[in-house]
Design a protein around this ligand. Structure first.
Ligand code: FAD
Length: 312
């Protein structure tokens, strides 16, 4: 096992922000994960599981522990059973592309979501009407403490809006996931749909930017605010939530920059690093937004993005 020291984390995140990790282990094979965990546990140092780094903000001072990078990424397609199985470190995009290339359809509207399969399962990632929960058959996960390896059915993953059993129970690390799809009726339609999704994401400026995607979860709000949103936008508020971006925009924070951290000009819920932002400037902007949304609407926004290496 190769334990590196003082590894810069910024290049390993889509925010491109943050300091170094005291220790760093790149786990290329599932079988090596146990040894990486042993390294942290026997030395009693904290560890952090990092995969695609597309939903993570690293502190400017870095992380005084072991970053365990999930890089195992084998994939297998079973066209007979219309399934694709991917190890947790597989890129979600490559997995969707692989499935679509084999004529398996069902995940195309999630094409473009950066990051790994494990990260997507943990956060029940989704876009344009499809979430991981709609296509996942099962996931295999490892318990960090007991080292039990268990297969979770879709139901046992207890998916909800941007959450899952694994997000609520971080002592389980996702090792792999199997998705059940459909065979496309006409050749090439799944690939074409994936490419259309990507164009749409580019148009909406939610692709290939230095951010972690939506910074805040869409909050559950009272009926009055939901009605205001529905009247204004002409679309229903789903699961009693309104988009955080709508509230942020109304609070006057659309396209606002503070020390290199900016909210999106199109998507106010994106906090973007204009190349000069630090983790502190991101957090300062986030704090200003949070305060203003509370004072304007009485609604508390909660971050979706994992923050690592901060004292509070
Ligand atoms: C430009 C951009 C657009 C985005 N668009 C979308 C979108 O449309 N829809 C959407 O849902 N999200 C979107 N995101 C957010 C992000 O891509 C997803 O949350 C993604 O699923 C995170 O995966 P990751 O591998 O990058 O996670 P990381 O950032 O590496 O980790 C995130 C969290 O998951 C944990 N984790 C990672 N792997 C595992 C594992 N194997 N087992 C247990 N825990 C694990 C980490 O410890 C951390 O707490 C976007 C992000 C960006 C930058």
């Amino acid at each position: 096992m190769n334990v590196q020291e003082n590894v810069e984390l910024a290049p390993l995140t889509t925010f491109k922000i943050g300091g170094s990790s005291r220790y760093f282990i790149d786990v290329q094979h599932i079988d090596d994960l146990g040894a990486a965990l042993d390294y942290a546990q026997t030395r009693n140092v904290p560890y952090f599981i990092l995969a695609g780094g597309s939903n993570t903000l690293v502190s400017d001072t870095g992380f005084e522990g072991v970053v365990i990078k999930i890089s195992f990424s084998k994939r297998a397609i079973d066209t007979e059973n219309k399934e694709i199985t991917a190890e947790a470190g597989c890129s979600l995009m490559a997995t969707i592309h692989g499935a679509a290339s084999a004529g398996l359809s069902g995940m195309e509207s999630m094409y473009g979501i950066p990051g790994s399969v494990g990260g997507a399962v943990r956060g029940n990632a989704g876009a344009f009407g499809t979430e991981v929960k709609d296509v996942l058959k099962s996931a295999i996960a490892l318990n960090i403490e007991t080292r039990e390896m268990r297969t979770f059915s879709n139901k046992e993953c207890r998916f909800s809006y941007r959450s899952s059993f694994f997000k609520r129970n971080p002592d389980w690390i996702i090792l792999s996931a199997t998705f059940t799809l459909q065979m496309e009726k006409e050749d090439g339609t799944a690939l074409a749909r994936a490419s259309e999704t990507l164009s749409m994401r580019n148009e909406r400026q939610i692709q290939d930017i230095q951010s972690a995607g939506s910074f805040f979860l869409n909050p559950i709000v009272h009926k009055g605010l939901r009605t205001m949103f529905e009247d204004e936008k002409g679309v229903p508020a789903r699961e009693n939530r309104v988009p955080a971006g709508w509230l942020i925009e109304k609070a006057g924070f659309k396209g606002v920059c503070m020390s290199g951290a900016c909210t999106g000009a199109r998507s106010s819920n994106y906090v973007i690093n204009d190349d000069t932002a630090t983790a502190e400037s991101v957090r300062a902007l986030v704090a200003r937004i949070t305060d203003k949304v509370i004072s304007d609407f009485g609604v508390e926004l909660h971050p979706e993005v994992t923050q690592v290496g901060f004292s509070a």
